[in-house]
Ligand binder design. Structure first.
Ligand code: SF4
Length: 315
């Protein structure tokens, strides 16, 4: 199966209707195919303009391009922010799970299943398979996501008030599984369908590293509070509140707004520490790339004594 078998072009054309000019926005991994994708639109008489912007999530709409086209087709992610004239084309993969392997590694029998869009689209079927294997499976809808059990790096709301004894993340990598473990406070496992591996998630190490940064923040006197202007990441009110709190605690803080929050953006500033209100993954995943400590809003609150318990950042 190729990428073109996965894209339901007739369905997209129907949604576009009478629009003439179509913007195409794709995540980096799919940009490779844009020439062929654009040709499909042009064959149908649409004029296309391709977004060169990064596209890390559905939070990352190219709103500038949207001003110059009738419709923006955003590939790879499901709806996150309600914006008129945007059509989302999620990217999913087909996969199988091995219920016996999962059963062998997970002693709890009452589990919540979660995963990113790529895997969550099939969770109704996965739930049935796991139930047939003897699990009691919780599959709940989260806020602002398309599929039950779907999580984002900034949104684990499908686990809110979970009654399960453990959480099973199905998908790739460990970031979302770690986030789910911290968010839910429950024993969490990651199952990677491609390698057929079950891993028990370890959150202590992650939290320990974050506390090292919190202790650096405690020694800092000036803070740059970073805000992204991307529609789904724009948390200016939060930044303003943190700035007021900094001032109440005798600290100097300024708000810095940029589209993309990168190490290059901050390198010319002279703050001791940065507080990231943009995509939470920037503070968690990219720490090493920044020359100065970069912490989440909640970590800043811990550093000034407003919070005791460690919590994950979410949007
Ligand atoms: S804010 Fe970050 S984690 Fe959330 S959808 Fe956007 S890119 Fe993904």
């Amino acid at each position: 199966m190729t990428i073109f078998d996965k894209i339901n072009f007739p369905n997209i054309f129907e949604k576009i209707g009478n629009a003439r000019t179509v913007g195409l926005q794709l995540p980096d991994g799919l940009k490779y195919y844009v020439k062929e994708i654009s040709e499909e639109f042009e064959k149908r008489g649409f004029e296309t303009i391709i977004s060169g912007k990064a596209s890390y999530g559905a939070c990352d709409l190219d709103t500038e391009l949207l001003k110059h086209v009738d419709v923006l087709v955003h590939f790879g992610h499901s709806r996150f922010v309600d914006t008129p004239n945007v059509i989302y084309v999620p990217y999913t993969v087909n996969y199988e799970i091995n219920p016996e392997k999962i059963k062998k590694h997970i002693p709890e029998r009452n589990i919540a299943i979660i995963g990113t869009l790529t895997y969550a689209w099939k969770f109704k079927e996965v739930k049935k398979i796991l139930e047939d294997a003897g699990f009691q499976v919780e599959l709940k809808s989260g806020r602002g996501v398309e599929f039950e059990g779907q999580v984002l790096g900034c949104n684990y709301s499908c686990l809110r008030e979970s009654k399960s004894d453990a959480v099973l993340f199905i998908g790739d990598g460990m970031f979302h599984a770690t986030g789910a473990g911290i968010y839910s406070g429950k024993k969490t496992y990651a199952y990677h369908p491609h390698s057929d591996e079950v891993i028990e998630v370890e959150t202590e190490d992650f939290i320990k590293k974050r506390y090292i940064l919190i202790s650096k923040a405690k020694m800092s006197e000036s803070f740059g509070i970073l805000v992204s202007s991307k529609p789904g990441q724009f948390r200016l009110n939060l930044a303003k509140r943190l700035k007021r709190e900094a001032s109440r605690h005798g600290l100097k803080a300024e708000i810095i707004v940029a589209d993309e929050i990168t190490p290059e953006i901050v390198e010319n500033f002279r703050f001791d520490c940065y507080v990231n209100t943009a995509c939470p993954r920037i503070a968690y995943d990219d720490t090493r790339r920044f020359g100065k400590p970069i912490i989440s809003p909640q970590e800043f609150e811990i550093s000034i004594g407003l919070k005791d318990e460690y919590v994950f950042d979410f949007i």
